[in-house]
Write a protein that binds this ligand. Structure first.
Ligand SMILES: C[S@@+](CC[C@H](N)C(=O)[O-])C[C@H]1O[C@@H](n2cnc3c(N)ncnc32)[C@H](O)[C@@H]1O
Length: 269
C-alpha cells in the first residue's frame, strides 16, 4: 500500500466515523468560506458536493458505474434516488465499508478501472474525485467500452503540462484535446469550480493551526513531564511528524496555482 492509499483510507474512515456519510471528496462551498470553521461545516459541504453532482445526472439515466466508489457514500445516495449502481475501487478496505452500507444487489468490484474487463455497459460512468488516478488514454478507451450515453467527471486536473509528467493526472487542456481526437464523446458542460472547493483547505488549516496543533503541543509537554524517558524516545521517533501537525498546509493558495477543479458532462456522439 502506498502512503497516498493509506492517507485516503484514513480520510475515508474518518469521514465515515465523524459524519456518518463517508464521502471521501472535498467540500463544495458555493457561498465561500463559512462563518464557523468546523468539521460539521465540512461534512455539510461534502454533502453539497454530492447534491451538485446528482443535479448534473442527465434525465433518463438508469444505470450508473461509480468508478472509484470509496466508502460507497455516493452510491448509497444514488440507489436511494432509484438509480441502479455498480461500483469499483481498488481498495479492499473502502469496498468493505461500501458493501456494509449498500444493498446486496449492488456489485462492488475490488478493481482498478483499467482492469475492469467485462462487456457490461452503463447509461452513465461517473467519477467523483477519482478520474485523476487513471491514465487519461486508458480512461478514455475504457469509457468508450462501458459508457453507453454519458460520462460525468467531478475532479481536478493539472494546469501545467510539465507537472503532469510521470503521473496519471493530466492537464485539462490535454484531456479536452484527447476527447476531441478520440471522437467518441462530445463535451456538454465543463465548469471550473475551483473557487468553490477551496474553503475545504481553509477549514482544514484552521483545524490544524488552531486546534489539533496546539493540542499536540500541550499533550507532548504534559507527557514529557509525566514519562520523560518514553517521551524522549517518542520525540526521537515521531517528533518531526508531530511538529507538522500544527503547520498550515497552505493548499488554499497552492491548489489554484497548480490545479483546477472541474465538473464535466460528456455525451456519446
Ligand atoms: C478521493 S477518493 C473518492 C471516493 C468517492 N468517489 C467519493 O466521492 O467519496 C478516490 C477513489 O478512487 C479510487 N481509485 C484510485 N485509483 C483508482 C483506479 N485506478 N481505478 C478506479 N478507482 C481508483 C480510490 O480507491 C478511491 O476510492
Amino acid at each position: 500500500m502506498s502512503t497516498k492509499e493509506i492517507r485516503l483510507d484514513l480520510e475515508a474512515t474518518l469521514t465515515q466515523a465523524v459524519y456518518g456519510h463517508g464521502h471521501a471528496h472535498y467540500g463544495y462551498w458555493p457561498d465561500g468560506v463559512p462563518q464557523v470553521l468546523s468539521l460539521q461545516s465540512l461534512g455539510q459541504a461534502q454533502q453539497a458536493y454530492f447534491d451538485l453532482l446528482v443535479s448534473r445526472i442527465p434525465k433518463g439515466t438508469r444505470t450508473i458505474l461509480d468508478v472509484g466508489s470509496g466508502t460507497g457514500a455516493n452510491a448509497l445516495g444514488l440507489t436511494e434516488k432509484g438509480y441502479a449502481l455498480e461500483c469499483l475501487c481498488p481498495s479492499e478496505h473502502l469496498n468493505a465499508l461500501a458493501r456494509g452500507k449498500l444493498r446486496g444487489d449492488v456489485l462492488v468490484h475490488d478493481l482498478k478501472f483499467e482492469d475492469y474487463d467485462t462487456e457490461r455497459t452503463f447509461d452513465l460512468c461517473m467519477f467523483a474525485e477519482s478520474f485523476h488516478y487513471i491514465d487519461l488514454a486508458q480512461a478514455l478507451a475504457k469509457l468508450a467500452r462501458h459508457a453507453d450515453r454519458h460520462v460525468l467527471i467531478f475532479d481536478y486536473f493539472r494546469k501545467d503540462a510539465a507537472e503532469a509528467e510521470g503521473g496519471t493526472r493530466g492537464t485539462h487542456a490535454e484531456f479536452r484535446r484527447m476527447v476531441e481526437d478520440q471522437g467518441v464523446f462530445e463535451v456538454l458542460g465543463d465548469e471550473d469550480l475551483t473557487q468553490a472547493i477551496l474553503p475545504t483547505f481553509v477549514v482544514l488549516d484552521h483545524m490544524r493551526t488552531n486546534l489539533f496543533g496546539p493540542f499536540a503541543q500541550r499533550a507532548r509537554a504534559a507527557l514529557g513531564k509525566a514519562y520523560p524517558i518514553r517521551a524522549k524516545l517518542a520525540e526521537w521517533l515521531l517528533g518531526r511528524k508531530l511538529d507538522k501537525i500544527g503547520r498550515p498546509g497552505g493548499r488554499a493558495e497552492s491548489f489554484p496555482e497548480r490545479l483546477e477543479y472541474r465538473l464535466i458532462l460528456m455525451r456519446r456522439i
